[in-house]
Structure formats: structure tokens, C-alpha cells
Write a protein that binds this ligand. Structure first.
Ligand SMILES: Cc1cc2nc3c(=O)[nH]c(=O)nc-3n(C[C@H](O)[C@H](O)[C@H](O)COP(=O)(O)OP(=O)(O)OC[C@H]3O[C@@H](n4cnc5c(N)ncnc54)[C@H](O)[C@@H]3O)c2cc1C
Length: 401
């Protein structure tokens, strides 16, 4: 697999999330030997889920809905699961009503008097057309008084406080790629995603990872932090510099190259500084009633300190007289205290990431054991699951080329 070669190789993958597991499976099927490690006690990374005592599948690191337009990615993941055809709809509590989010034509008719709602609809259609998502910050710049009123309403009631809660930043200080994710949708489609393929794995996400990693060429080691085994990696380099390889022949890991889906700054011992992230904490509560709320996800853009409440039984249509929900509280990422969730994308942080990437690229050229970074932590980039799969597949192809 080293550039230009197809002979069987030994590969260490750091991180058992969807990035690492995808790369592991693809490489194993190409005949390579893969050892995949994770510091956690379980596989699946942030996609990990479990079944509680009431038979409800709970997503431990926040709600995960699989959605993609990429047929190759969908077919790949579908080899390891059947799907529940869940179509995600979100509602937000606005002016005392549960309104479709993203704010769309149905939302407009729900919150405004009929005449005003119709006028807004007509103007939106005339200016932008149907089935268009307009970022809220763009709508705010329009010269039409009614549309500016709408923009201010949405900005104030959906966007502003929610964004502050989520990011602890003013919306203006965020990258447009992030703010653009909060659109006004000129449509009557109440779904959150319009992708061709979307769903929830019938047996849960963890079961996907169990199947993906169940291959004779893959060895999984949990409770294993890269930094703790770095010296055990049986490379020509290490045997020359540390002389330790001989002492640990029984559990040494022989490696031709490394795919690293952990944090790029942590790998480099933070020599250039620390890349900031947002984290979340989840308060899971079981209620002794059939349902807690009407949809899987209800957002609270103006109230409380949590951003949303998720009710898990909706995802698979589970029947139970109990129900479990989680309240999600955004918080800063603090090393050793919580998990890295969302990279905070702005110019300063992107520059720092670019410096780490440049260092990694130079080190790789000079190293006998190349290290390739990928995944949401390795690339310091928010990836939906399908994009993480795409990136892992592309990286494996790139290395083989
Ligand atoms: C709250 C939330 C909700 C989300 N909802 C959705 C959704 O609905 N739909 C969707 O498509 N995507 C969603 N995502 C995105 C999804 O979680 C990511 O696409 C996916 O987790 C990326 O996988 P990954 O393998 O790159 O990273 P991760 O899942 O984070 O896996 C990385 C793994 O590496 C391990 N690791 C890190 N450093 C080391 C080290 N030094 N040594 C050993 N192991 C290490 C970690 O323990 C972790 O298990 C959501 C993300 C969040 C935060």
C-alpha cells in the first residue's frame, strides 16, 4: 500500500470511530493486516449507542441520523445493517408554539397572521424561488421591508440566542459555513434533511461497527491510547532509536504506516498550541410514560440553557410504556474533563490547523513510518457520518495511488 505498491502491509489505525472503522474494513478487504486501537472502552467513536433496560436504543454521544446522497457510501454502510426509514423532522419552541425547523413556509403560516404570512410567502417565492435554502444572515441584508422583518424575527427567535448557547460566540464571529447551516427553507417540506438516503440502523450503530470490524485481517484493541503504545510500535525507526522492540516481542505492533483519526494537535503534543472545540453534556432521564414529546428532536432556541431535547424511541418506532430523553447542554471543551465535539471554525483556528497539517506533511515525507491524519479530529473539520466515510475511503485510495 505504500505509494505504488500493492503488497500486503501492516497498518495501525488510531480511533475506532466511523472514519477509522471504514478505513480498517477497506484495507482488510484489500488483504492488508490492520490493528485498530481506541482509548475508549467501546468501538464506534461518537456514533456509539446501546440498548437500555426498556429496549430503547440510546445514542450516548448525541443523536445520530444517517443521511447521504452518496450511493457508494450508502451501499457500503448498508452491507452491515438494514435501515429503519426514519425521516428527520425537528420542531422548535417559538412564541409558545412548536414550529418546524429550519423555519420554512409552514412555519411562517403557523406563527404569523394569515395575510402577513401570505405576503411573506409571495415575496420569498418571487425573490428566491421555491425549494431554496437562504442563509439567515443573507435574508437580513435584503432591501424589502417585509423580508427584513421576517429576517429579524427569525434572527431573534431562532438564530441569535441558540447560536450563543451552542457556540458561546456572537453569530457574526462564526464562519459563514457554520452560520449558513441555519437557513430559511422556502418550501413546505418539514424534513430537516432532503437527502435521497436517510435512516437509522435497525440494530443500532454499534452493531454496524461490530460487523465492520469482524474480519480476519482486523485486530481491535480497546482501552489503548496511542501515546501509551507509541514506543511499542515495531518500526525500523523505533528499533534504531529506542531499542525497545525486542523487549516486547509478544505485544509489539509491526507497522508500515499509521492512519490517525485522533486530534492532530494532541498527536504533536500541542507544540504549536491547542485547537479549540465545543463540547456537550447530556442529561439522560427516563420517564414512566409512553411519550415525552411529539418529535424525536425539539429545539429550545429562546428558553433554558439546554439547546434541545431528544426522545430516542422515535428513531426506531420503539413500543414501550417508558421513554428516555436527553437534554443537551453545550459547553467548552476542556482536556481531561469532557469530549471534543465540534471544531470551532474561524480564521485563527484554521490557521493553527494549517500549521499542524504542514508539519504533518513534512514529517511524513521524512519518516520511515508515514502518519496520515483524517476524520473529524485529524482534519479538524465537522464531518457528518457520510462525509467521514467518504474521506476515509478517499484517503485509502490516495495512499494506494
Ligand atoms: C452531538 C453530535 C451529533 C451528531 N449527529 C450527527 C447526525 O445526526 N448525522 C451525521 O451524519 N453525523 C452526526 N454527527 C457527526 C458524527 O459524530 C461524525 O461524523 C463521526 O463521529 C466522525 O467519526 P470519526 O471517526 O471521524 O470521529 P470519532 O467518532 O470521534 O472517532 C474518533 C475516535 O478516536 C479515538 N481516539 C482519539 N484520540 C485517540 C488516541 N490518542 N488514542 C486512541 N484513540 C483515540 C476516540 O476515542 C474516538 O473513539 C454528530 C456529531 C455530534 C458531536
Amino acid at each position: 500500500m505504500k505509494k505504488g505498491g500493492n503488497a500486503e502491509q501492516s497498518i495501525l489505525i488510531v480511533g475506532c470511530g466511523i472514519s477509522g472503522a471504514t478505513a480498517a474494513r477497506v484495507l482488510a478487504e484489500e488483504g492488508h493486516r490492520v490493528t485498530i486501537i481506541d482509548q475508549r472502552t467501546h468501538i464506534g467513536g461518537n456514533c456509539y449507542d446501546h440498548w437500555d433496560e426498556n429496549g430503547i436504543c440510546v445514542h450516548d454521544y448525541g443523536t445520530h441520523i444517517f443521511h447521504t446522497d452518496n450511493r457508494k457510501v450508502w451501499d457500503f454502510i448498508s452491507r452491515f445493517t438494514k435501515w429503519y426509514p426514519f425521516q428527520h423532522k425537528v420542531r422548535g419552541l417559538i412564541d409558545g408554539q412548536l414550529v418546524p425547523i429550519p423555519f420554512n413556509l409552514n412555519s411562517i403560516h403557523q406563527v404569523f397572521p394569515a395575510k402577513l404570512a401570505q405576503r411573506l410567502e409571495d415575496k420569498l417565492l418571487e425573490k428566491f424561488g421555491y425549494n431554496i435554502k437562504v442563509p439567515i444572515l443573507k435574508l437580513r441584508e435584503t432591501d424589502d421591508e417585509d423580508l427584513r422583518f421576517l429576517a429579524e424575527y427569525i434572527y431573534k427567535n431562532i438564530f441569535s440566542f441558540y447560536t450563543q448557547k451552542q457556540w458561546d460566540l456572537n453569530p457574526e464571529d462564526l464562519d459563514p459555513a457554520v452560520t449558513g447551516r441555519v437557513p430559511v427553507y422556502i418550501s413546505k417540506d418539514n424534513r430537516y434533511f432532503q437527502n435521497r438516503y436517510q435512516g437509522i440502523p435497525l440494530s443500532g450503530y454499534t452493531a454496524i461497527f461490530e460487523k465492520m470490524l469482524n474480519h480476519p485481517n482486523i485486530t481491535v484493541r480497546l482501552n489503548t491510547k496511542y501515546e501509551d503504545i507509541r514506543h511499542m510500535i515495531n518500526t525500523v525507526e523505533n528499533s534504531q532509536t529506542t531499542g525497545k522492540v525486542g523487549q516486547m516481542a509478544s505485544d509489539a505492533i509491526t507497522v508500515d504506516f499509521i492512519l490517525y483519526s485522533g486530534s492532530i494537535d494532541e498527536y504533536h503534543a500541542y507544540v504549536l498550541g491547542e485547537l479549540p472545540y465545543r463540547s456537550e453534556s447530556f442529561d439522560f432521564i427516563t420517564f414512566g410514560r409512553e411519550y415525552f414529546q411529539s418529535e424525536a428532536v425539539i429545539n429550545y432556541p429562546n428558553n433554558y440553557t439546554f439547546t434541545r431535547i431528544v426522545e430516542y424511541k422515535h428513531f426506531l418506532g420503539t413500543v414501550s410504556d417508558k421513554t428516555v430523553v436527553s437534554y443537551e447542554y453545550p459547553e467548552p471543551f476542556v482536556r481531561g474533563k469532557n469530549e471534543r465535539y465540534y471544531p470551532i471554525v474561524n480564521d485563527t483556528n484554521q490557521l493553527l490547523y494549517n500549521q499542524y497539517k504542514a508539519k504533518a506533511d513534512t514529517d511524513r515525507v521524512n519518516s520511515k513510518v508515514p502518519v496520515y491524519f483524517f476524520g473529524r479530529l485529524g482534519d479538524y473539520k465537522y464531518y457528518d457520518m457520510d462525509k467521514a466515510v467518504e474521506r476515509a475511503m478517499a484517503l485509502v485510495e490516495e495512499i494506494a495511488a
